[in-house]
Design a protein around this ligand. Structure first.
Ligand code: 8IG
Length: 300
């Protein structure tokens, strides 16, 4: 139990005892923040670095990007770091990697590559979903890069199209924050880093990403609803992580790989195999793209 000072009517301080899971997420003593601090220490110690500059979570289709970022300082089985779990989904490897990147002549920069995402649909709760982001922040990352594979609502976006996330709709009916932790979400997805991405590839489209809880895909009616609400992309990650990243003070960049057209957009049914295949086909191209965006961001 953690002691909290609560103001009373008379201006006196009264000690109340809060159940750990009710401590607001802006309190460093919240279990989620303590666990993230522990994970960050373990990670930095294993890597032998003082801090990281940027972290990137790899979603479906993006796993090759880590190899193009620079020299691997260390790669760790995620299950060996507090709070991380072996990944449940095929196509997700379950590792944490520290990579040294940047110009040969300039200072070294360190990137944490999280290939161990916990999805909301795994049922471990929102703190598990946000753990990678909070660990990155605790390890010093100023920037959080979130990638995913998702369904596209625009017919012109063939599977294999990369789309910059300009904003999101959180349709999970929950938050990664708790308590009186009110955080501004205006400009959540950094216009500055989207600008860097457009320097790398001016043709990159932008879109609004809707996070559904999953694990089922949407019905065609739900996809039409999402489109009416303003979504261009539908998926099962990213929004809750972006919220936690912004709350931790990080600059956020999101990029989606359209691995399939969302239900009802094309006449074909969705399949997990289609997702894997689209990712494999797009991997070399999008990995190079992401590595270039990250390298420029971390050195800018
Ligand atoms: I990959 O069509 C992938 N993830 N919700 N809908 C949702 N998540 C997805 C989809 C999709 N494709």
């Amino acid at each position: 139990m953690t002691e909290h000072s609560a103001p009373t009517g008379g201006g006196m301080s009264q000690h109340i005892t809060a159940a750990p899971e009710t401590i607001p997420t802006n309190d460093p003593e919240a279990p989620a923040n303590r666990l993230a601090a522990e994970a960050a220490s373990a990670l930095l110690e294993r890597a032998g670095v003082d801090s990281i500059d940027l972290a990137c979570t790899l979603g479906s289709g993006w796993s090759q990007a880590a190899d193009r970022l620079g020299e691997t300082v260390c790669e760790i089985d995620a299950a060996e770091i507090p709070g991380f779990h072996a990944s449940a989904v095929s196509g997700h490897s379950g590792t944490l990697r520290i990579v040294r990147t940047g110009d040969d002549d300039g200072p070294a920069h360190h990137v944490l590559v999280v290939a161990a995402r916990t999805h909301y649909y795994e049922g471990r709760g929102v703190d598990a979903v946000a753990h990678g982001v909070r660990t990155a922040a605790a390890a010093g990352a100023k920037t959080m890069v979130l990638t995913n594979g998702c369904g596209g609502l625009r017919e012109e976006w063939a599977p294999g199209t990369a789309v910059l996330i300009s904003d999101h709709l959180n349709l999970t009916a929950t938050s990664s924050l708790r308590g009186a932790h009110f955080v501004d979400m205006t400009d959540l997805y950094s216009a500055r880093i989207r600008g860097i991405a457009h320097e790398v590839d001016p043709s990159l489209p932008e879109g609004v990403y809707a996070q559904f809880p999953g694990p089922h895909y949407e019905t065609p009616a739900e996809v039409r609803m999402a489109g009416t609400l303003g979504a261009d992309l539908v998926g099962m990650s990213t929004a809750l992580e972006a919220i936690a990243a912004r709350a931790a003070g990080m600059e956020v960049f999101g990029i989606s790989l359209v691995t399939n057209q969302a239900a009802g957009i094309s006449p074909q049914p969705l399949s997990h195999q289609e997702v894997i295949d689209a990712g494999r086909e797009a991997a070399p191209r999008i990995s190079t793209l992401l590595a270039e965006i990250i390298t420029r961001t971390v050195t800018s």
